[in-house]
Design a binder for this molecule. Structure first.
Ligand code: CTP
Ligand code: CA
Length: 226
């Protein structure tokens, strides 16, 4: 069934979105990164702005242009993303964490380019803070916190576990091993899972369509628009 959303449904609301992958420096010329393009987060930011929200998009490196009407804050690594998110979340009504944050960063960043002197090179990695989990602890009752989960197995089990562990209202779960889902493509096959355990299976759709649908669900569920 289709819900009607007025195109100003998010007026006077602040929406904070994170997008793209973080990159973690190894030395001045190298980094650890991931395959996230930023398409999902940028699509959400664009749609939220079209619905009248004041939108702040905190993004890792991405070739995508700044969506119109959105404040774009570019960062590189997870620690910088955390810092900007913690600066911006307090007055946000809706926080959507679509970013693929690197779970680990090199323990030290070499000052000079590493030379290929060793036959085997061991990189020591340190766990990054979980930004979403921190937000889950900090959030106020009226703030809506939405996470993403990309899995290659046991999608629902892991996604439900993340809802609990990170105190989320909703998670958008993707099986990235399916054709037509995942990184750097224009479509997704997602499941939306709510705090109460309810699951909605969505068809394969474009990331723009999925962005509309996610915002539509939030508006209808939490702002009682019908
Ligand atoms: N996330 C985050 N900070 C991190 C890691 C993840 O804010 N350091 C957020 C992501 O933006 C996403 C959600 O947590 O919204 C789930 O990310 P995911 O990588 O699926 O889960 P992890 O908790 O990192 O667990 P794992 O990678 O082991 O599955
Ligand atoms: Ca992770």
């Amino acid at each position: 069934k289709q819900h009607f959303i007025s195109n100003q449904a998010l007026i006077n609301k602040k929406v904070l979105v994170t997008a793209a992958g973080t990159i973690e420096a190894i030395d001045p010329v190298r980094y650890i990164g991931n395959r996230s393009s930023g398409k999902m987060g940028y699509a959400i930011a664009k749609q939220a702005a079209l619905l009248g929200a004041s939108v702040v998009l905190v993004s890792g490196p991405s070739y995508l242009p700044k969506p119109e009407g959105v404040t774009l804050i570019k960062i590189e690594n997870a620690l910088e993303m955390r810092e900007m998110v913690l600066k911006e979340y307090k007055d946000a009504d809706i926080i959507i964490k679509a970013a693929a944050v690197a779970d680990y960063r090199p323990r030290t960043v070499e000052e000079n380019k590493i030379k290929k002197n060793e036959e085997r090179l061991i990189l020591q990695l340190e766990k990054n803070p979980d930004i979403l989990q921190e937000l889950g602890q900090l959030k106020e009752k009226n703030q809506i916190l939405v996470g993403f989960a990309a899995e290659t197995q046991d999608l629902i089990k892991y996604a439900k576990d993340k809802i609990q562990r990170k105190n989320l209202d909703m998670i958008v779960a993707n099986d990235v091993s399916l054709p037509g889902a995942g990184f750097n493509i224009d479509t997704n096959i997602a499941k939306i899972i709510y705090k109460d355990g309810k699951i909605e299976n969505l068809d394969k759709m474009s990331k723009d369509e999925l962005a509309c649908l996610i915002l539509d669900k939030i508006i209808n569920k939490y702002y009682n628009v019908s």
